[in-house]
Every structure is written in structure tokens, then in C-alpha cells.
Design a protein. Sequence first.
Lengths: 594, 76
Amino acid sequence: MIFPPPLVKVHILGKNNAKKEIIQKLHTAGLVHITPAPIEKQLRRDTSMPGVEVISNALLKLKYIATQTNTKIDKEIHALDEPHSAIRDANTFIKKYFPEIERLTKERETLERKRKQLLSRIKVVQEIPHIQKKAQKTTVLYVSKKPISVSMKKAKVETIKKNNMYYVRVELPPEYEEALDNAIRDSPLRKIAIDYITDNNTQTIKDFKTEESNIQKQIIQTLQQQQDLISPQRSKLKHLITTLENHYDIYTITNSCSRTNNLFLLTGYCEEKDVQTLAQTIPDITITVERAQEDAPTKLENNAFTNKFQPITELFSTPKYNSVDPTFTVSLFFPLFFGIMLGDIGYALLILLTLIPLKIYGVARETRRIILYSGLSAGLFGWVFGSFFGNLIPIKPLYMNSFDATISLLIISLAIGLIHINIALVLQILQGIRKKQVGAYVRKTLPIYTIQLMGGAYALGELAIGHFLLAATIGILIYNQGIFGIMNITGYVGTWFSYARILALSLATAGVALAVNTLAQKAGIFMALVLIIGHLFNLIVSTIGCGINAARLHYVEFFTLFFEGGGEPFKPFKRKNYVEVKQLWSTSPADSSQ
Amino acid sequence: MVDITSGLIAIGAGIAIGFAGLGSGIGQGIASSAAAGATAENEKLLAKMLVFAALPETQAIYGFVIAIILLFVFGA
């Protein structure tokens, strides 16, 4: 859809004694994006529902267990138990597993601290091998990142530089140690404890390494014990966390409500068609509807193909409410630009192959789809230009080799640019119609139309018409933006010329591939190696370059002509992680049972 | 043997893309370092910073277009 669906602002008024049921039903319906309700006259800000601290406390402990046992809360279908039953289950779980998990974690942390200390001691002894315990003398060791000079009458001082650190070894009678500590208090020197130093450093290092290895084994053991403890209960843990997270949302959403002694008011946004559904699902409420203003959230609605490109739009910004959502055009032009720029069947196949590991490693479906469509487009244009790892595998081009068609490709690139820019102008006008400000929006886009016509007139040799259109463009720009508006003429031409980068990237990809093949021919027995490294290098560099430039053509050239960003994404108050309701909300107060 | 016209066209194309690329590279370096700093503080700014970093690139494209026209139109 070019425009996101229109929303209405809803004010939901209900009785305080039915608040839990109403909010639970709103949560189940998942239709309303909730915003802070107004506070005026006798209305005051509501607080979280009683009992939230019990949920919060349980959730905190369960998440601690999940973190320590590396349990990821993935999207699964969970049944949403009623709160007091969920809290009871959670408390039983916590009572059974939390103390042991906490004990093992603390044990592991102590072991890790000990190991770290040992490693640092090993480092010191290895780096300063001649530090040894001496009878009747105290050896003190300091470290500094900066070079520093220390001199003391009663002491023997030695500075050793190792790995960009300066170690200062001071050998002095024990009674002077405190005086030295006081003297260097404000210097960059840091004292290192070396009470572990013996007269046999080789043996010390050996002992430390054995101890460190034992500690490492103990750390692994504690980790394993935690895993063994939770593994059979992992599914239960995930379920409890998901359930309590949903209840936490329900209990805390009231922070956005306002209330009187008897009533509460909840404000939000939803689609107009959903108001009826809300009224039918929750009969105990009074809903008042008003027209959504410019500050309303934006609900992006795109079909199964185009919505995969939504992240590209959202990476720039969410469109403002009632403004154009350009995802539809992005879904067409992004793969097109990428395809022409990369244009190689071999590279396209390799890109498509990367989808397998990306799926295994759980990369988002949207990202994989963008890669899939862009890869297919690159393959198609590879066929058009007859490029299969450059000229490595000769195939008959559908059109012609990009080196032979440089000028044609430049013209095609600029023509695509012209189409792209004009689509932006059409979207701008549509935006004006939608906002009932056609005049203002036409005035904004008019200079770009006159510049195009001027270019056409000059190209056809109609100089008089060209001069007239130039004067008209200057006049409109001065009227719109003042005298400095004239500078926009070069800006508009620059925007159009920027589409020449489609040709530039296409030639760069083909050029590097050709260079790799030429090098490989002269590499003798290393031919295969040169081909593999060279083409992999070109694939990585060109894919990144083509992706960034395809995005840039949208963000800089296309969006700047019409896009109104800064919108707030529509986030309905709904269940997390595919929670489905197993039991209905209990009317008995959850908190009172705790 | 390359005739003097072709040689001069090649030199002209080289100067056009070379200086345009140099200027664009310097500009992009300045913009990108600032953009990297801003993105490090707020990663939501990535797309906008990409735009700022990419802005000086257009000047290199001007040089590229001039070079292509010199080589393939005048040099043909």
C-alpha cells in the first residue's frame, strides 16, 4: 500500500473493578497501540496493578536462570496460564532450581576470578623472568603505561619494557617500602602484588599453569552441572518466562492509563474497522473515537512480497502518519539497482548459496528474502550482460557485454534515474492530495518538472523554449526558497547524474572480474588459487558496494524528494512470542493469592 | 601507435576521474569518520549517517561521467 492505513484515536473508558479483565481482553485482541492517556481535571495517572512486584521478582530470577544456562527465549506457541497459577508454578520452579543455579554461578565466578589472577601472575613471571625472592630484601614491582624514571638512594631500581608496558622493579630494605608507596602515590605507577614470587620461576610458572588448567576444568564442570540441571526443564523455563512477560505487560500497561476513583481511561490508536471488533469483544467499556492527528503512529501494511523490504525503509526512518510508505517502490528498485550493478551469474549463484548457512544461523527471514531477490536479479542481469565470473565461462549475452555497451548502459542508468525521480515526484503529489495541500506540494516539485522540460528543449535544439523554462525554474526556486534556492538547480541535476553510479558499479564488477581472469591465465599452476581468491574478493567487495549504493540511491536521491520520516511505528498491545490462551482469565484477584 | 588526440583524451579522462575521485575520497573520509562516531553513540542513526557519508561520492560520479563521455564519445 502506498499509504499506511488510516487510524483513529480511541479513548477506552472502563470501571476500575473490571480493569484486569478489560486489559486482558485488549491484550488478547492485540489491536490497539497504547499511548499515555491525558491527565486533566479530576483524572490522575494510574499505577501498575497490584501484584506486579511478585511477577517482576519471579521474572528476574527466571531470566537469571535462563542467562546462566544459555536458554534462549525463541518464538514458540505457549499457553497463557492465568497469572496466579503461572506465579505459583514460577515460584515452585525458582524454589527448586534457583538456589543451586545461583550457587554454581557464584562458584564459577570465584573460579573465573582466580583463573584471571593466575593468568596475570603467569604473565608477570614470564615477562620479568629475573624477579626473584631475595633474603633480607623486599622486591616491589610497579607497572606503568608511560615511561617513567624512579631513583632512590637506598634502593636498587630497574626498569624493564615489555609489550609497551614499563615494569619498575625496586629492591629495597623492608622498612622503606611504605615510604616508597607514599612517594609514588600520585604517579602513573601501579603496584603489582608479587608475594607469589619464588626463587624458582620456571617451577612457579609450571605450578600456576597446572592450577589454571584445574580451575578451567572446574569451570567447565559447573557449567555442565547447570546445563544438566536445567536441560530437562528448559521448555518449562521458556514457557514460564514467556507467560510472565505477557502478564508483566498486562500489569504495567496501566502506567499509561489515567483514572478517577471509580473509572480508568486508556488512550490509543487502532484502525477504524477494529473499533467495532473492540466494542463487541469487550462489552464493559465505552469507546470514544476521534480522528488521528499527525502525531499518530504509522502502521505499515505491505503484501507478502513487498513487506520483506520494509526493513530498508525502516532503517532510514518510519514514515510519518498519513505520509507515503515507499516500501512498494523500494521492493522493485532495490533488486533492480543491485542486479544491474552486480550483474554476474556466477556471483549470483554464490550469493544464493549463502542463503543456506544464513538460514542455519537463524538470520531474519526478511534479510534472507532481500538477499534472495537481489541475487536472482544479479543472475538475470548477468545473463543480460553475458557475464559468468566475468568472461571465465563464455555465455551468449542476452543484450551485450557491459564493456561494449558502456554508453548504452550510461543512457539506461540515467533513464532509470529519470523514472525513479519522477516516481518520487508523483508520490509527492499524491501525498499533497492526501493531505489536502496539493498547491504547496506541486510548488515544491514544479522546479524539477521544469528542469526536465528545459533539458528536453535544449536537447531538441529549441533554445527559446529552453531559455524560457530556465527563467521559469529560477523564478519558482526564488519564490519557494529565496535567492539561494537557485543553487538547487545543480542539486537536482546532481541527483539525476548520481544514477550514473549504476553503470560505474557495473563496470567495476565486470572490470575486476576481467582482471582476475587475466591474472589467472598468467599464474600457471596457481591459476585455480588466483581465480578462487580473486573472485571471492570481487564478490565480497562488489556485493557490499552494490548493496550500499542501491540503498544510497533510495536514501539520498529518492527519499529526499518526497519522504516524510520521523514517524512512530505502530506497536499494538498484544501477546509476545505467539502466546495462545489456554485458560481464561480468572476473576479472582491474582495478587491477593500471593 | 596511439595518435596524439587519443592520448590527450585518455589523459583528460584520467585527470577527470582522478581529481574527482581524490576530492570525493577526502570528503568522504571526513564525513565517514564523523558518521562512524555518531553511529557508535546511537546505532539508530546508521541509515542517516550512511547518507551523509555517501554524499561526497556524487562528485566522483561527475568525474566518472566526464571520463566516460571523453573516452567513448570523443575518443570513439
